[in-house]
Design a protein around this ligand. Structure first.
Ligand code: DQA
Length: 138
């Protein structure tokens, strides 16, 4: 199975920013663990702070990947461009968050992406990515 793990804005700072919320492990290290977990699969990893790059990655993944695991970061809460990109492709996308966004500030309760995603997983730290990747195999 070909899986794309796509991270959006500020996720490059994972391990450094708000460690009480996102932990102390870097995104690079988390991605290594994900790759080890999915050793029998083909995994790609991409992070961008630019909304358009996330849209391009989603467009280019169509017909190439079996699934996208997307943590769009704060883009989740307001990016109609990313929402439209997801709605425009047939590759399934699972929205993930490391934190439980429903137990945090009000603005994080709203995702403009969820409606066009296959499902949503949040609150399991780095394991949110693994749970989302596994969901494509069910
Ligand atoms: C996040 C939650 C978002 O609200 C936040 O803006 C992030 C990270 C998470 O993984 O918990 O950047 O997507």
């Amino acid at each position: 199975m070909k899986l794309l793990f796509l991270n959006g804005v500020n996720l490059n700072l994972t391990g450094k920013r708000e460690p009480g919320v996102y932990g102390t492990e870097t995104l690079e290290s988390i991605n290594k663990e994900i790759a080890a977990h999915f050793a029998g699969d083909e995994c790609s990893f991409l992070q961008s702070n630019f909304e358009g790059e996330i849209c391009t990655a989603i467009q280019q993944a169509d017909g190439v990947y079996d699934g996208i695991v997307l943590n769009a970061g704060a883009f989740t809460h307001y990016s109609y461009a990313i929402r439209d990109a997801i709605a425009s492709v047939s590759v399934p996308v699972v929205e993930v968050h490391m934190s439980n966004v429903h137990a945090r500030e009000d603005f994080r309760n709203k995702s403009v992406l969820s409606e066009v995603c296959k499902g949503v997983i949040c609150g399991f730290g780095k394991n949110s990515y693994i749970l989302a990747g596994e969901s494509f195999k069910l």
